[in-house]
Design a protein around this ligand. Sequence first.
Ligand code: HSE
Length: 434
Amino acid sequence: MKPVKVGICGLGTVGGGTFNVLKRNAEEIARRAGRGIEVAQIAQRRPNPKCDTGITPITDDVFAVVDNPEIDVVVELIGGYTVARELVMRAINNGKHVVTANKALIAVHGNEIFARAREKGVIVAFEASVAGGIPVIKAVREGLAANRINWVAGIINGTGNFILTEMREKGRTFEDVLKEAQALGYAEADPTFDVEGIDAAHKLTILASIAFGIPLQFDKAYTEGITTLTTADVGYAEALGYRIKHLGVARSTEKGIELRVHPTLIPADRLIANVNGVMNAVMVNGDAVGSTLFYGAGAGMEPTASSVVADLVDVVRAMTSDPENRVPHLAFQPDALSDHPVLPIEACESAYYLRIQAKDHPGVLAQVASVLSERGINIESIMQKEAEEHDGLIPMILLTHRVHEQHMNEAIKALESLEDVVGAVVRIRVEHLN
Ligand code: HSE
């Protein structure tokens, strides 16, 4: 049988890795797919020194690949939402299958892209868009299809996790580690996407859709970054038996779906709390299976290529099948998606870590406790440190039981207006993941 012809758009870190893996493992891949997979054209802005493209035709025009009648599958690896969206829609309109690693594109324009793909009977595969080399989309969409999914929680940005790990373990500065992550090709073109949680929110949006059968709703995700985390809070969390991770949490509740990315205290003895460096991990809790944990490299040249090539194999296997009987893009049949709402952050529920800077006066602890108890907030533990030498203020660290964010917002406002409390109260959400 003739090989399937693939066009790669973008020969950067992931594109170069995809080309190399397809070439190196060509025989093994053909044994799995049932046909060879041949790169028939590449669109690149500049050559990738880590990739020997040999006699493969090269162009600098991505649309030349999309319009090439020889190409069966377009691999979109240029990133971004604008040109990538045009490219993917044009590929679909031309009747080509698409494989993409572009989480921003899927999270923001996925509903429109999948609708058009269904009309045209083509596949859009996006395993590499979430958690790099970890086949978590396939696991949730297919392997956990028996379950009602209760929640998903993941470390899904390698750059952010790398920064937090290096800061905690080696005391390196934020900027220094970020530069290294950029040099290693982990960071987004705009690294604020990594450190402000936008990249993780893109991925969480996709995971929530396939876990709960809801349309993609990136605009409703709550996003908080890691740029304001202090080493003091990292240290206090450790002393209390927790690690701080930048976590994406999607939880199904009776009232709606929680969809939130923020720094999070996790008990230090949880496996996921020990996921370090650029590694990612996603916990998925289903009613039948209980808790599962998927772990692996969340970024990088060949780990991400591993997912792109697995999608290519899937596409090759399914391209001759009846489009109506393929695995749905978002795991659930498109006419069976639910309109269960995504909740605003104020309606989400979590436990909290609070750090209060207080004057060393008698009764201040009692005032803090009464502000919380008046609002029905149950304190789990309190740690009070010695007064700081430079300002004489006492850091008071509290862990609370689970409470609605709205109630916590009101409590923090009341705490900040106490005469003996100085400055803003630091609040970090806590998840026990059990
Ligand atoms: N910038 C992303 C990360 C790349 O650091 O996880 C993989 O999506």
